[in-house]
Design a protein around this ligand. Structure first.
Ligand SMILES: Nc1ncnc2c1ncn2[C@@H]1O[C@H](COP(=O)(O)OP(=O)(O)OP(=O)(O)O)[C@@H](O)[C@H]1O
Ligand SMILES: [Mg+2]
Length: 270
């Protein structure tokens, strides 16, 4: 009986479902601000699949950062549903959300590293979420982590090409190198999803390309990436899919080649 019900459509739907990392269904996010209620996202529905490299573009205030925060459950939608690997987030306790959040790595424009600590120490801090603060802080103060953790740190430092800089304080590195440290710190948690919020906004073109290349390499090894970008050309060059937001709504969601100059103009029109 079961056999009979396994139509090609059902099998296809199941395959898609298992490859799904996060989905948003009719998501709306409103913030209460001093100026009243601000609608940051409206009716956003999209599905992120394993192995995708999605760029999110749009003018300032379009809702890009809010979208990223929804994807790692830092912001819960006012309306609609966010599901992470098929689990609906709104019914979870905060501790369960935190567990899910640990499966995502986050990189920011101003990388949020601790300037007075070394590269290695900053990357080790990426493990704090796994163990809880006190246990990690204890290991950190004693300078002792498990051999496995130290190996994980070595391998991401090598992967990001900053191993020889491991004992240098991060405030002595270039902006591009610092951004690599931020990527390494996110990667040491072995995330299933990497979220990058304008990771190249404060870098010159050469450094920016370098960071984007690194993200592409990680994506080619199977990591799912969502990256907020201001620069449409960079988005088209590096991603497998582009989502364009304007006033909190999705104006475009598709392959980079389908993003025509007309759509682009609509997205960024003043
Ligand atoms: N914590 C908050 N409280 C109130 N309003 C907020 C908050 N965070 C964002 N907003 C508002 O929500 C809207 C979307 O903001 P968001 O930061 O997601 O945009 P963005 O596309 O990332 O912009 P940018 O390109 O400038 O980073 C904006 O109108 C913003 O003012
Ligand atoms: Mg933003």
């Amino acid at each position: 009986m079961f056999e009979e019900r396994r139509t090609p459509e059902l099998i296809e739907a199941f395959a898609r479902r298992t490859r799904e990392v996060v989905s948003l269904s009719h998501v709306g996010v409103s913030y209460n601000s001093t100026a009243g209620v601000v609608s940051a996202l409206t009716e956003v529905s999209t599905q992120l699949m394993e192995g995708e490299f999605v760029s999110v573009i749009g003018p300032s205030g379009a809702g890009k950062s809010t979208l990223l925060r929804c994807l790692n459950l830092l912001v819960m939608p006012t309306t609609g549903v966010v599901s992470f690997k098929g689990i609906e987030a709104q019914n979870l306790r905060e501790s369960e959300r935190r567990k899910i959040r640990r499966q995502t790595g986050m990189i920011f424009q101003r990388h949020q590293l601790l300037a007075r600590f070394t590269v290695r120490q900053n990357v080790l801090m990426g493990l704090f979420g796994r163990y809880g603060f006190w246990q990690s802080a204890f290991g950190f103060v004693r300078g002792r982590f498990s051999r496995e953790d130290e190996q994980a740190v070595d391998s991401v430092l090598l992967e990001l090409g900053i191993h020889e800089k491991q004992h240098v304080r991060v405030d002595q590195l270039s902006g591009g190198q610092q951004q690599r440290v931020a990527i390494a710190r996110a990667m040491v948690q072995s995330p299933v999803l990497l979220l990058a919020d304008e990771p190249i906004a404060s870098l010159d073109e050469g450094r920016a390309n370098d960071v984007m290349h690194k993200l592409r390499e990680l994506n080619q090894k199977g990591l799912t990436i969502v990256c907020n970008l201001h620069d449409v050309e960079v988005a088209k060059k590096y991603s497998s899919r582009v989502i364009a937001l304007r006033h909190g709504r999705v104006l475009f969601d598709g392959i980079p080649d389908a993003l025509t100059p007309e759509i682009r103009e609509m997205v960024f029109a003043l």
